[in-house]
Design a protein around this ligand. Structure first.
Ligand code: ZN
Length: 329
């Protein structure tokens, strides 16, 4: 999938380069790797994707990722001289400060990969590594649905559930960049086993796409994807309505706890399960407003993410840009 836009290179002045220069964003998912050149306004001038095939190992995977990055630059129409830095987003555990993939859960066998050093050797550009959900939060905050907020929480409800937190306008990362694991907020301490972390009753064990499909199968609906469960519930299937109702209740419970913790102005919800749109977000919003404490619960806006499938690449660019701005003071 390649969608070059043929946009012209930046014409801004050199003094603005640190803020407005182009960034190469790389995104390493469990099934797909993606690359794109992102301009100072968060637009992806190119976006190229191919299968991850993580079982071929890190050497093979990184060679293909770096080649994909070169392709993204070529297809963007931007001169390499105008690409100022590189951002990489990946699932954890990783060490953001050292730029090392420690042992990502979705990349079996990729251990202690010094990916930013390798990317800097490849591209000759300063490179930043971050957790993919943190990067997505940065993208939605800087360029997407969360623009203009100071306190924002991002949730991606997909195969699993990830999260990212912006406090006082800054990304919260934790000690090594693995903070903000909002999918592992407990919604039932004696509940279902979480595939992600092994504990009981995590939000992810109820409201992730995988868990919705599992609960649907257990309820007798057969093999259905989360969006199909939503459609069946909408069409009036009683069993699907129960499964979907539990999904909404679990998500609302988790989001209410998150809202009580951080008092964000906005919760941005992305990921494939939000394809159900207001059928998911409407009742979650209503329930969170009723459950969460005081002003935090009354005023919080709960909205759909804006960046779509490019969020990984745009988010990776956003974290690279954030650190460039930090370095610039
Ligand atoms: Zn968990």
């Amino acid at each position: 999938v390649a969608t070059p836009t043929g946009a012209a290179p930046s014409v801004r002045g050199e003094t603005d380069a640190a803020v407005h220069g182009h960034v190469l964003g790389l995104d390493i998912g469990g099934t797909k790797i993606a690359a794109g050149v992102v301009d100072g306004d968060g637009r992806a001038l190119s976006f190229v994707v191919e299968p991850t095939e993580a079982d071929r190992g890190p050497a093979d995977g990184l060679a293909r990722l770096f080649a994909l990055g070169h392709r993204a630059v070529a297809e963007s129409g931007v001169d390499w001289a105008d690409v100022q830095s590189v951002g990489i987003g990946c699932g954890g555990p990783l060490d953001s400060a050292r730029g090392v993939l420690v042992a990502p859960l979705h990349l079996t066998g990729w251990r202690d990969v010094p990916i930013t050093d390798l990317a800097e050797q490849e591209y000759g550009r300063a490179t930043v590594l971050d957790n993919d959900a943190t990067a997505a939060a940065a993208g939605e905050h800087r360029y997407g649905a969360g623009r203009g907020t100071r306190h924002m929480v991002y949730l991606t409800v997909s195969t699993g559930i990830g999260g990212g937190i912006v406090l006082d306008g800054r990304l919260y990362r934790g000690a090594t960049g693995n903070g903000g694991e909002l999918g592992h907020v407990t919604v039932d301490w004696q509940g279902r086993r979480c595939r992600g972390c092994g504990r009981l009753g995590c939000l992810e064990a109820y409201a992730s796409g995988t868990s919705i499909a599992e609960r649907a199968a257990e309820a007798g609906l057969g093999a259905m994807k989360a969006t199909e469960v939503a459609a069946a519930a909408e069409a009036g299937d009683e069993t699907a309505r129960v499964v979907w109702g539990e999904t909404v209740a679990a998500l609302a419970c988790g989001v209410a706890s998150i809202v009580n913790l951080f008092e964000p102005e906005m919760v941005v919800v992305g990921g494939g399960v939000t394809g159900a749109g207001e059928q998911l977000l409407g009742p979650v919003r209503e329930s969170v407003h009723a459950q969460a404490i005081g002003a935090a619960g009354r005023d919080v806006r709960i909205v759909q993410a804006a960046l779509g499938p490019q969020v990984g690449v745009v988010g990776a660019a956003a974290v690279a840009r954030e650190r460039v701005l930090d370095a610039a003071g």
